[in-house]
Design a protein around this ligand. Sequence first.
Ligand SMILES: *[C@@H]1O[C@H](CO)[C@@H](O)[C@H](O)[C@H]1NC(C)=O
Ligand SMILES: *[C@@H]1O[C@H](CO)[C@@H](O)[C@H](O)[C@H]1NC(C)=O
Ligand SMILES: *[C@@H]1O[C@H](CO)[C@@H](O)[C@H](O)[C@H]1NC(C)=O
Ligand SMILES: *[C@@H]1O[C@H](CO)[C@@H](O)[C@H](O)[C@H]1NC(C)=O
Ligand SMILES: *[C@@H]1O[C@H](CO)[C@@H](O)[C@H](O)[C@H]1NC(C)=O
Length: 626
Amino acid sequence: MYLCCLFLFLVTLTAVALADPTPVPAGWTLHRRALPDTNLLVRISLVQSNLHNLDAYLLDVADPQSPNYGQHWTLAKVLDTFRPRQDSVEVVTSWLAEELGLDSHSLGLSLSGDVINLNTTAAEAERIFDTEYNVYRWNDDGSERIGCHEGHNFPPHVSDHVAFVWPTLMHGERRLAARDHTLPSSNYKGPRAVALNDSSSFQGLERCDEAVTLECLRALYCFDYMPLAPHKNTVGVAEFGMNVYRPQDLDKFFRKFAPSRLGQRPKFFSIAGGHLNQSDTSNADLDEASLDLQLMMGLLGHEQEVLLYQTDTTIFDPLIGKVASLPSVARAWDASYCSALGVADQDLTDCGDVPRANVLSISYAAAPDIQNPIFAPVFQRECQELGKPDMVQLSLLGSTFVASSGDVGVAWRTLDGSSMQCLVNGSLGPDSSGAFVGAFPASCPYVTAVGGTQIRSGKSVYDVETAASKDGFFSGGGFSNTFPRPSFQQAVVTNYLERFAPPYGPDVFNRSGRAFPDVSANGGPIRVVVDGDFTAVEGTSASAPIFASLIAAINDHRIAAGKGPVGWLNPALYSSRFARSFNDVTTGSNPGCGTQGFPAAPGWDPVTGLGTPNFERLLENFLSLP
Ligand SMILES: *[C@@H]1O[C@H](CO)[C@@H](O)[C@H](O)[C@H]1NC(C)=O
Ligand SMILES: *[C@@H]1O[C@H](CO)[C@@H](O)[C@H](O)[C@H]1NC(C)=O
Ligand SMILES: *[C@@H]1O[C@H](CO)[C@@H](O)[C@H](O)[C@H]1NC(C)=O
Ligand SMILES: *[C@@H]1O[C@H](CO)[C@@H](O)[C@H](O)[C@H]1NC(C)=O
Ligand SMILES: *[C@@H]1O[C@H](CO)[C@@H](O)[C@H](O)[C@H]1NC(C)=O
């Protein structure tokens, strides 16, 4: 019976595969079939319990109307609530041990009870999952990963219990920072680094429309702040791969714009072997970390330590089954991800012993937000439906994830930065036409996505900004192809769709998707020091750390008042209580994919979200909550 079903299943799959072979995900090249005796640590992620209640649990602590607002969960409660059912463990284990005859010693259940680990070989994994394992090359750096881009197959009685299997194929994070030399495309001129000099005329609020300083940002967002409980509060930034800062750049910046910070450094945590290769790093890899750290350290007073989670994206992280990335950071915060098998690995020394940040700023894109059969389950696992606890459960514990919404409007920029893409017949293709593509993790509803704004030429910090448009930088925004729209967004998004949205058809964007960005903040040109020189960079890479800094300050005030950090922000930001906490941005748009994209408009819009923050009002509102 079971063999028969499996056979039928296979025939169907083969037929589909012939007509429409699963493409190797963008950014990767299939190199060769994996050698049969290659050792492989396979993780079978089980379906977790109570996931259908996840939104309800989260809203219970994050909706300002809830009597339990701010009462984040303990880790033990999170683990108990989402632990897979015992019969899932039993069904999958007995399938492996009894039906497939695997040695039960090669199976291990993770401590959190949601993953069955299998220490096996490529040949045996191919037999188990009826698939092919291959070696792929990541186009960005030529490094090789083992994976299986066509997916894994299960008999019907097992598949209901399995969320998905690692390793599959997934790349690491890519920065969104402005860089001129990676933007060769003729129809797109990307965010630029503009050379400036150390002229003191950039002090004051006179020329904020030309280059934005910390002083400009404080005035723009009413951010006049002195930390009250800096030793109890935490705020961090994630940097990936070779994107590192240089100490001398921080000092040059601080000497000019934040003298009390002079000599200070972020508190460094290595994730999956991440290191600060400061002297050997090429100049091109300095701008993201320089921008993030100079903004966050500069905006928050010198008493507030900023945590730096530096992640090596060339290292394959066996615990999450892919190259180290955002989940590696979250896992390092949480010992529950350290599984019984594989902890001996040298890359896992940071497992669970890295302090959690109340706010994490992420100026990186991990992947296009598309209904790709390989990616979609990964997003869901990392975000919502399949309940990878990385973001969601940590949100229950009170962390806020703030991410850049992207710099190329409604299009997607390839991971190597060389070109734009849009969706053509469901696959990524040329950007001259096709459906809009967002970026993950900004598309995840549990992340606060920050779009980009700019001060119009000749205008001052007291004028409302416009959606980013200088130098071909357009705020990323639109509607998720993967995540449905959460209820708290419904009213404002419907208002936009009914009154302001261009008449694009359903083949251009998905009207029922999660809408983003949630908010926006200045995207430059921001005055920073990179590689020894004052320069100015543009992008939502600036918007995210700016907004994250404001939220860190709000947490500081709340902690000083005996309250908890704000955690997942979005339900509160969209509530009527916060209606006047933003400067509504109503001009500009985010073109791409051969269209004008979406226009900004009164109220929420898919270019600038709810608007730019008014810190004083945000603070007042968050302080009035329990
Ligand atoms: C610095 O900027 C000022 C004002 O734009 C300009 O007059 C001066 O020549 C610049 N100096 C250098 C060294 O580029
Ligand atoms: C720093 O980067 C260079 C260039 O990529 C590399 O050769 C070197 O091994 C790196 N150093 C460390 C300590 O990783
Ligand atoms: C997996 O099995 C191989 C071969 O038996 C062994 O060398 C390796 O240490 C095991 N790995 C883990 C993480 O247990
Ligand atoms: C998309 O699919 C349609 C219908 O199958 C086909 O006519 C069209 O050529 C395809 N477009 C591209 C760019 O592949
Ligand atoms: C549109 O989004 C919804 C909600 O995320 C999803 O269920 C549906 O499959 C999407 N439609 C298409 C055509 O992608």
